[in-house]
Design a protein around this ligand. Structure first.
Ligand code: NAP
Ligand code: SF4
Length: 668
């Protein structure tokens, strides 16, 4: 596919963007560490890769507005000089960069947080300090100052974060803004703060500076904005001097997923398309857009003037350059898992990417040619083995990849079968393309052994895991299945007990309650499941959830006496739990398994024995390292490298596997 719309320039009057791709704002954590060369390298790589306009992670305008204590902002001459290094780096690569100004309001994680009222948010422990008139003036003034300093630091513009339930959004909604002064009451008063802010920033920075306002198109919270209010605000923001409107979706406290992998691609672009004819400045669409083909289709259909993608630029900084040069299949895909980006951010760790461990590690994990080309054998083509093989090949080693199955991918092939995890198919395709385009010798359907590995200089064992057998007593009539058999199509009854509620138990439960189309592939089904309506019909766009009935009755069990699902991803665990609850899945902790018979699964729970009358029991009881070959080689005195699940099976996921494989091969 060619991308005439995606690659078309966008004229903003005083400046022309080189294409219609915006790298959306993401928090990396690099600024807070004060590691400015790394910040500069991170953004410069994305500019080199062709992004039309980059927006930085949110910068705090003042102490009270920072997302957390110590959040980065532009306060001192030194701060400005640090940011100057970033903007110079981007400009040297022919790119443009805007700084996001993020005032978190009552979402700020600290006792000094402020808001239109003292109403605490459901996702924050701190009640905000209700601002008085001078307090509001101070917030405006601090945000204007941040914009002026951004200009001094060489930024080409600013983005004002007005969505996602942050400070400005909190003034818009009646339920968070019960004020009766000039900043509350009527909608005109409630929108006064964002409009006033845009107007004052425009006056302060002059006409030749990009000013993006991120507007919430669907709040997904009770009492959120109506569509008429969204349009009214959009027009007022345009009149106040904004250059573009970017799309924001859902408050952070919304109980609807908005960017997770199970959200359909481009799920909210219909709202950007609806706003576009209402204003005359360019509108930017966002959320779950991760391929150039999809972005091109959106632009060609006139649904938006520009497409914002954030996480895809972690997965591949060269997204645009590869699309422009006919190498689309080589774009490392963001699978929207959040595992190394948002989950890291919310655990205070540096952002990176499951698919691309180099993201935010551009300087400490460079690709360096090997001093001496070695013959390297990699055994096992799951994510660990594939990553090791590709990195070793990139560095100039002579790599042979052994895989006993007839296709590469290992456990990724199982993950791709789960409804809501279809993005894994894209990752598998990418790995296949990369291997095919590399110098790797791929030996499928071949089980490596001591003899075949004898002549290699280095042996990397990525032989993966074997499912743990929990030793469940069962009669011959009982139907007890391994999870892999279920995912590979073994017949399963109408009532099912799943033993083990880890990542795979949850996935298997999801697989079992769905049949037919995955909601992720059908927006109407997905919207009905989660209660996503139309802001033109209900404020905030909330509707009554109407999930499709579950295909089966499922019990998801674990021995630990705690709520199942606590170990799932920080930003996505709630989605898995809510999705299964909506399908009537019983999630029980504190269970002991006594045995499976034709009648079902006998368990003890809270000291009480009971028979779960199920037709099928599925074992998802965790994994053990597959070390047979490793043990034999070590016994022969061979030095081997063991990675992925074969190294440590507990807590294994693709993030650790890919990171470990890449880092090992980077130093061989
Ligand atoms: P897991 O997350 O370690 O969970 C294993 C489950 O089996 C636990 O619920 C455990 O709970 C139970 N279990 C352990 N030993 C048992 C025994 N002897 N008898 C009965 N039950 C036993 O492992 P997994 O589900 O196989 O997942 C493997 C890895 O893949 C995970 O670590 C995960 O990171 C990754 N994964 C992640 C996702 C995701 O959504 N991010 C999805 C799929 C897979 P009790 O000990 O309390 O019974
Ligand atoms: Fe995308 Fe996952 Fe990488 Fe985040 S960690 S950028 S969601 S692939």
């Amino acid at each position: 596919m060619s991308y005439p719309h995606l690659l078309a320039p966008l004229n903003l009057g005083h400046v022309t963007l080189r294409n219609r791709v915006m790298m959306g704002s993401m928090h990396t954590g690099l600024e807070e560490r004060g590691d400015w060369p790394r910040v500069a390298a991170f953004y410069a790589a994305r500019a080199r890769g062709g992004a039309g306009l980059i927006v930085t992670g949110g910068m705090a305008p003042n102490e009270e507005g920072g997302v957390f204590p110590g959040a980065a902002g532009l306060y001192t001459a030194q701060d400005i000089a640090n940011h100057r290094g970033v903007t110079d780096g981007v400009h040297a690569e022919g790119g443009l960069i805007a700084m996001q100004i993020l005032h978190a309001g009552r979402y700020a994680y600290g006792p000094k947080c402020v808001g239109p009222s003292a109403l605490k948010s459901p996702i924050s422990p701190f009640p905000p300090i209700a601002l008085d008139g001078p307090g509001i003036e101070k917030q405006i003034s601090d945000m204007v100052t941040a914009a002026v300093r951004a200009r001094e630091a060489g930024y080409d513009g600013v983005e004002i974060m007005g969505s996602e339930g942050y400070f400005l959004n909190q003034f818009l909604a009646e339920q968070t803004n019960p004020r009766d002064d000039d900043w509350g009451g009527s909608y005109e008063n409630r929108m006064r703060l964002p409009v006033e802010l845009v107007s004052r920033i425009r006056t302060a920075v002059g006409a030749d500076f990009i000013l993006i306002y991120r507007i919430s198109l669907i709040d997904l919270v009770p009492g959120g904005s109506t569509w008429l209010q969204v349009v009214q605000l959009g027009r007022a923001i345009e009149a106040a001097g904004a250059s573009m409107l970017n799309t924001g979706i859902g408050w952070h406290e919304a109980r609807v997923p908005t960017i997770a992998t199970s959200v359909p691609r481009a799920a909210f672009t219909w709202l950007t398309a609806r706003l576009r004819p209402e204003v005359s400045i360019p509108v930017i669409t966002s959320n779950r857009i991760n391929t150039p083909d999809l972005a091109e289709t959106i632009l060609a259909a006139g649904q938006a003037d520009m497409v914002s993608m954030a996480r895809p630029f972690l997965a591949d900084p060269d997204f645009v350059a590869k699309a422009a040069s006919g190498r689309t299949a080589r774009i490392a895909p963001c699978i929207a898992c959040n595992q190394a980006c948002l989950d890291h951010t919310f655990s205070g760790k540096l952002t990176s990417c499951l698919v691309n461990p180099r993201a935010c590690h551009e300087l400490d994990l460079p690709v360096t040619p090997a001093a001496l080309a070695l013959r390297i054998a990699v055994v096992g083509s799951g994510p660990a083995g594939l990553s090791a093989a590709l990195e070793a090949d990139r560095r100039g080693h002579l790599v042979t990849l052994f895989e006993s199955a007839d296709q590469i991918g290992g456990q990724l092939n199982l993950a791709a079968k789960i409804p809501g995890k279809e993005e894994f198919l894209g990752l598998l395709d990418w790995f296949k393309t990369e291997v095919a385009g590399s110098g790797i010798t791929l030996r499928l359907k071949e089980r490596a052994n001591e003899a075949t590995l004898a002549d290699f200089d280095e042996v990397i064992l990525a032989t993966g895991v074997t499912p743990r057998d929990p030793g469940l007593p069962s009669t011959p009539e009982a139907q007890v299945l391994a999870y892999a058999d279920v995912l590979n199509g073994a017949p399963v009854g109408r009532r099912v007990a799943v033993i083990g509620a880890g990542g795979i138990g949850f996935d298997v439960a999801e697989f079992l309650v769905h049949q037919g189309i995955s909601p992720t592939l059908d927006f109407a089904t997905w919207a009905a499941e989660w209660g996503v309506g139309d802001p033109a019909l209900t404020p905030g766009g909330l509707a009554e959830p109407a999930p499709h009935p579950a295909a089966r009755q499922v019990w998801l069990l674990q021995r630990r006496a705690e709520k199942p699902g606590r170990g799932l991803g920080k930003t996505t665990g709630w989605i898995h739990r809510a999705a299964l609850a909506a399908k009537g899945v019983q999630m029980w902790g504190g269970v002991s398994y006594l045995g499976a018979t034709e009648q079902g699964l006998r368990i003890a729970r809270d000291g009480q024995e009971q028979m779960l009358e199920v037709d099928t029991v599925v074992i998802c009881a965790g994994q053990l390292p597959e070390r047979g070959l490793a043990d034999r080689l070590i016994a022969l005195g061979r030095a081997v490298h063991i990675i992925g699940g074969a190294d440590v099976a507990a807590e294994l996921d693709a993030k650790r596997a890919i990171d470990q494989g890449t880092r090992l091969a980077a130093r061989l």
